[in-house]
Design a protein around this ligand. Structure first.
Ligand code: NAP
Length: 263
């Protein structure tokens, strides 16, 4: 891995989060990372100031890197890959684009290209992400293991079948936005009752980290975790009942349904 060159085509929120995770964990050294984007000045700020390589275009990334990560918006994948299909043929190509499973990416690349479709989430930046990988891919066993080893430095890496890639991507990739809304709402509530905003956000964020960790480490059912906080006639159950009245859980299920049913 110390020799691996990783290139990002597109260096926006997701690519920068992944690069940040790789550098922060020492999985990659800055000089192993190459990237291109549309806005050259912004790209230089986001790469060269950290010792990563700014590339003029996608061809330069593909020529420089062993592992090429497609990190443009899904509707741009076809356009950015079309002129560099030859260059990508001998590389390991990983897509992070939502809604780009194996068969769709196969259409954009030359036959025989080694590629894998994934969906990451932004907490990869602090090495607490999730990267969902489609089980159908055309990497060799050795290439897949190498990619998995690299991604495991910044994320929980799990494989799902093609039919579940979309919903797994939604539950992992979209939800940091919803979790952030929850933190923001708890912050507003804390401020309403006199906490400082910074402290209220810190409490809410650490509560989410800790609750997630408690589940992961104990395997406790979420319902049992809720029950453990609700003493009979106590205060927490009052809030639970209030959230039920407001349709808290069905609002979350509806949000995932709406994303999955988006045309
Ligand atoms: N953000 C998330 O939480 C998340 C989660 C899961 C999956 N994803 C996937 O990650 C991908 C990127 O999303 P994002 O949120 O990072 O989007 P973003 O912040 O808008 O970044 C897109 C990047 O693509 C660059 N770009 C646009 N046209 C290009 C071209 N012709 N050649 C090279 N680069 C070009 C943009 O450059 P400029 O900045 O210079 O315009 C920008 O750096 C998407 O496919 C999305 O589905 C994102």
């Amino acid at each position: 891995m110390s020799e691996l060159k990783v290139g990002f085509i597109g260096f926006g929120n997701m690519a920068q989060a992944m690069a940040e995770g790789f550098l922060r964990t020492g999985a990659l050294k800055p000089e192993q990372v190459y990237a291109c984007a549309r806005n050259w000045e912004k790209l230089c700020r986001n790469t060269e100031e950290r010792g990563m390589h700014a590339c003029r275009d996608a061809k330069e990334v593909a020529d420089s890197a062993d592992l090429v990560i497609l990190a443009v918006k899904p509707y741009m994948i076809q356009e950015v890959t079309a002129p560099i299909r030859e260059e990508l043929k001998d590389k390991i190509v990983v897509s992070v684009a939502a809604g780009y499973p194996f068969e769709k990416l196969e259409q954009a690349l030359l036959p025989g290209t080694h590629h894998l479709s994934t969906c990451p989430n932004t907490p990869v930046a602090v090495a607490e992400g999730i990267i969902v990988c489609e089980d159908k891919h055309s990497l060799t066993g050795e290439e897949f293991q190498m990619v998995k080893d690299l991604f495991e430095k910044i994320a929980l890496v799990e494989t799902v079948d093609t039919a579940h890639l979309s919903v797994a991507g939604t539950v992992c990739g979209c939800t940091p936005a919803y979790a952030a809304m929850f933190i923001e709402a708890l912050g507003d509530a804390g401020v309403k009752h006199g906490l400082t905003r910074a402290q209220a956000y810190r409490f809410a964020a650490q509560m989410l980290v800790g609750t997630g960790k408690l589940h992961l480490e104990t395997g406790q059912h979420p319902g049992a975790m809720k029950d453990a906080v609700c003493s009979p006639g106590g205060t927490t159950i009052v809030g639970v009942a209030s959230l039920e009245r407001s349709g808290f859980r069905s609002a979350i299920i509806d949000a995932i349904d709406d994303v999955e049913n988006k045309p």
